[in-house]
Design a protein around this ligand. Structure first.
Ligand SMILES: NC(=O)c1ccc[n+]([C@@H]2O[C@H](COP(=O)([O-])OP(=O)(O)OC[C@H]3O[C@@H](n4cnc5c(N)ncnc54)[C@H](OP(=O)(O)O)[C@@H]3O)[C@@H](O)[C@H]2O)c1
Length: 312
């Protein structure tokens, strides 16, 4: 049996359960493609799954390869694959209930894969899918964000937040973003109209009458966000499901988004990247064998943009 280098877990726990090893190379089945991974993005969901937080929901079988952000080349096709061909350069946010991309190869359903942006390398392309789709599905599908609306984006410098800022500006929205002081210049350059320092200012005292709140934090941040919304506005969370009762009491709407794979939206994201309207910002690049360090950095909660593993 052919093998590949991969980072797996055999049990749930801290960073020490990550194992860099030789694992069996997967084979593409019906409607699937085998991708040679060039780069894999790291996201908070990776260490949340490693810690066992999603085990009831996802019912993974261990050992499990982590990582659900990938850019690479199509190496082989399963039967029934018609849209992609061997040699295509692609990117994907694959199904997180299956083995991930901290590996030299991954098998993904063709329907979850899009051609990568031509103008950026694999490292930057691997930063885009999960966080880019999350921002897209939250602001556009759930929030219906449109030109001229005011949007408050929490953790605007983070993996999801920075794409949300760029997509909201592309739509023509007025963007307010929260971050600590070290990220203020970064956010202004990204196009944020009003930056709020969440460490020194209570954001609800600096922000009023927004159409959309994008909550990437949950907890106290979510609770304090209701009062900044206009009547009829919407709070969208990707951190914890907002209360329908509290929303009704404020005369606003709420939604919880759990991001889904979507090749058509990835193709839109690739077009924006190639038109230089969406930049992938990568703060740290590490070798695959250093996935443990990458997850430890992510867990600190202060990444600017993304952390990406170089595989090739
Ligand atoms: N439901 C879904 O489908 C879905 C999808 C993607 C992500 N998520 C979740 O969404 C969350 C964000 O993901 P991410 O990838 O953007 O995380 P991330 O990249 O790790 O976020 C880091 C950012 O958070 C900022 N931050 C930390 N504490 C903050 C606070 N109290 N207020 C405002 N900003 C703060 C940091 O800015 P400073 O350094 O300036 O503090 C940093 O830039 C995670 O919990 C993740 O699991 C859910």
């Amino acid at each position: 049996m052919k093998t590949m280098k991969a980072v797996c877990i055999y049990s749930y726990g801290g960073p020490d359960v990550l194992v860099y090893e030789d694992a069996p190379r997967p084979h593409p089945g019906d409607g699937e493609v085998l991708i040679r991974v060039h780069a894999a993005g790291i996201n908070p969901v990776d260490w949340k799954i490693r810690e066992g937080h999603l085990k009831e929901r996802l019912q993974h079988t261990l050992p499990l390869v982590l990582g659900w952000d990938v850019s690479g080349g199509v190496e082989a096709l399963g039967s029934g694959v018609t849209r992609l061909k061997v040699g295509d350069e692609v990117f994907s946010r694959p199904d997180i209930s299956r083995d991930g991309a901290y590996a030299e190869f991954i098998v993904i359903k063709e329907s979850e894969v899009a051609l990568k942006p031509k103008s950026i390398d694999h490292i930057h392309a691997a930063a885009l899918p999960l966080a880019g789709l999350t921002a897209w599905q939250s602001l556009f599908d759930a929030g219906g964000l449109s030109a001229g609306q005011r949007v408050l984006i929490h953790a605007a410098a983070g993996g999801v937040g920075n794409f949300a800022v760029q997509l909201a500006k592309w739509k023509g929205a007025h963007v307010i973003g929260t971050a600590s002081a070290r990220n203020h210049d970064f956010l202004r350059k990204l196009g944020v109209d009003q930056v709020v320092d969440y460490q020194t200012v209570r954001f609800e005292e600096a922000v009023q009458a927004v159409d959309v709140v994008f909550d990437t934090m949950g907890g106290d941040t979510q609770e304090r966000s209701w009062k900044v919304l206009k009547r009829g506005g919407i709070l969208i969370s990707i951190a914890s499901p907002p209360s329908a009762e509290i929303a009704a009491a404020h005369g606003v709407r709420q939604a919880f988004v759990f991001t889904q794979p979507n090749a058509a939206q990835l193709a839109e994201i690739a077009k924006l990247a190639d038109a230089d309207k969406l930049k992938a910002i990568v703060e740290t690049i590490l070798p695959l064998s250093d996935a443990t360090r990458g997850q430890e950095l992510s867990e600190r909660g202060h990444t600017r943009g993304k952390i990406v593993l170089r595989v090739v």
